[in-house]
Design a protein around this ligand. Sequence first.
Ligand SMILES: [Zn+2]
Length: 179
Amino acid sequence: MNCPYCNYHDSKVIDSRDVNEGIRRRRQCLSCDSRFTTYERLQPTSFFVIKKDDRREEFNRMKLLTGIRKACEKRPLPTGTVDQLADDIEAELYRLSKAEIPSAVIGDMVMERLKNLDYIAYIRFASVYREFTDITILKEEVDTLVGSQTETSHPSSQLPLLPDDELETVARKRQRNRK
Ligand SMILES: [Zn+2]
């Protein structure tokens, strides 16, 4: 573990304590004397994903991340959103502590989260994952989403670039202009 300040490769442990299912270590860099904290946790055993054709494949975080990233391509999402999403899903999957998890369960988890995050990304993901062969089903999905989007005052597809109170003012002005 390199020092986060000067990148020196060695540090000494100045304090060590048990915290929920792990060990927290307070360290001091041997070069610049900066202090930082590390956590040691047990790596949960991996699980297998049951594919649509019943084949088993070891869970691959990279694959999950790539799928989400593709769906979110060029969407106005803050840096780190996609990684955070993948992290959350991965953590939830491990919490299930199953040896095997159907790919549909993982796909649904991604869809559920994308729906709340960005509906274009959601539709993209859904069209690949659910293989919308029937265009009417896809259209129904879009209509439902667009309907629920207009009901909320803060569309989740547009992440706030301004502080909340400024946004409110902008939104109110827009509403007045519309009348
Ligand atoms: Zn250092």
